[in-house]
Design a protein around this ligand. Sequence first.
Ligand SMILES: Cc1cc2nc3c(=O)[nH]c(=O)nc-3n(C[C@H](O)[C@H](O)[C@H](O)COP(=O)(O)OP(=O)(O)OC[C@H]3O[C@@H](n4cnc5c(N)ncnc54)[C@H](O)[C@@H]3O)c2cc1C
Length: 592
Amino acid sequence: MTVYNFPYQDAGFVIDELIDFDLMCKEAGLEEINSELVSAILDEAGKLGTEVIAPLNSIGDQQGATLGEDGVQETPGFAAAYRQFVDSGWPSLNASEAYGGQGMPKLLGAAVAEVWQSSSLAFSLCPLLSGGAIEAITAHGSDELKDTYLPKLVRGEWTATMKLTESAAGSDLAALASRAVPEGDHYLLSGQKIFITWGDHQMTENIIHLVLARLPDAPTGVKGISLFLVPKFLLDENGQPDKRNDVFCVSLEHKLGIHASPTCVMNFGDNGAAVGYLVGEPHDGLAAMFTMMNDARQGTGMQGLSLSERSYQQALEYAKERLQGSHSDGTRFPIIEFPDVRRMLMLMKAATEAMRGLAYISAAEIDRSHWAKDPQAVQKHAARTGLYTPIVKGWITELAQEITSLGIQIHGGMGYVEETGSAQHFRDVRITTIYEGTTGIQGLDLVGRKILANNGEVLLDLLDDIQATAEAMSDIGELASQARALKNAVDSGKQARAWLLEHAGQNRNVAGGVSVNFMMLLGYICGGWVMGQSALKAARLLERGPGNESFLRAKLVTAQFYTDHLLPRAGSCLATVMAGADSIMALDVEQF
Ligand SMILES: Cc1cc2nc3c(=O)[nH]c(=O)nc-3n(C[C@H](O)[C@H](O)[C@H](O)COP(=O)(O)OP(=O)(O)OC[C@H]3O[C@@H](n4cnc5c(N)ncnc54)[C@H](O)[C@@H]3O)c2cc1C
């Protein structure tokens, strides 16, 4: 089985050269955080990922979580790995210092998350959800809730879940039916939630569920949803887990991938009393949950990147070893010599590097929005983060389907059989376009809330930045053709924007019909921007003199490949956007 290694060089290049993290931290007055610290932290994470978590990935695939008398039993080896993870302080990385966290930037959290997710997506989901819950409680919980629950969650002594989905309420949370009735200083919850990730396990002595439910006087629709904190074990007067709360996993889903991540059907209040505490204001739960969901959406985009990287590493190793061609003297050569295998490897490499650049840039934008002092700058960075989020989630996870499929293709038949592990990445990544809002929902979010709601101004600002990169590239002779292609892509983005602003109001199917292609269009353009900036930096660094020549020259070639093979897809996305929704909606339902 291939060993996984975190791609330090590429990650470092994005952090140092594309983002200029040191300057960013200096400007924010955070001199103690710099790229040296980042590289030391990534080094430590990489060791834990490669040595402890990655070897559990295929074990988890074969021996998924099980449900027994005492609840869910996680895959053997996971509890010990989780203990090591906690003992090394990883759960506290991004959390607020007020509750024992390290307060590290989001960008660093994203890079570290890539390690965990490439190592084992199933494992990584548990701390990912806890991180989102910590954010939601920090932002919306009362002081009492924060003081009681955050320190243990931040230390990783307890984990957390996110409970939205019900059988009749998936994408449409307005249909949510779980109930919460006030009783003294708390509420009694009843109902059933499905598909709950890491809803139960034995790795920690308590699990904190964040649950959406309706109060008795709640208005209908999403405006009547409140958020509750429901612990698996109620706490005694010393804050220690004591009496079992009435929230139980009643069954586990059998699924395509991430077998080691238990996907639970959870019942509340079957025995009369699932005690919960209100987080934030009554009927304002969705807004509170969105704190967690935006975080989780960017995190899900990272998952697409992480599995693409793991799949690429494995395919590359196989392509170097698998002998299929013969020279005229009869000696055999490996499949990496074949142009078509090269094409597939280059697609994997170029797409993965573009994904990494965009995902990290987007995480850094969150930091910028937190660190900016001028309210206008805060607003600008927050708006840009909002625009990036559905692209990171939607485009990266959709592209990751193709990339992990190529990982199988490069293995030939050995990719389709389970032995090599390549198929697991393809199966595992399949969920990423579904949970945390399907691709369809990301497209609607992008087109509706992030573009039409501000008359496309935030998008125009992004396209102007991309145009500026293309212009800077034009000054370097060897990048001139790439610069032209990037400018054309920006024009495609501008045409699509103008078309949308003109046509979206015509009928309600237009925005819904074109939204996913719009999102993919912006994804390919943003990827082109990342690779364009990379080429620009690489060319300038090479001009400056000796350094990491092999890596920088490879970057130039990879950027050219992206321009030749992936950026042209922006043109076809534009054509599908401008075709509108007529042929999409023309058939009667009976005609299908
Ligand atoms: C392994 C796994 C883990 C999960 N973990 C969690 C978890 O921890 N917590 C949690 O709360 N939930 C979790 N979920 C649930 C997940 O978030 C939902 O499955 C997802 O939001 C989609 O909802 P649904 O399955 O009901 O699909 P539906 O909403 O029924 O969607 C079906 C199809 O219709 C499309 N569609 C629906 N509405 C619209 C619309 N308005 N516009 C355009 N297209 C639309 C969708 O894009 C999709 O293609 C998990 C699911 C799985 C499978």
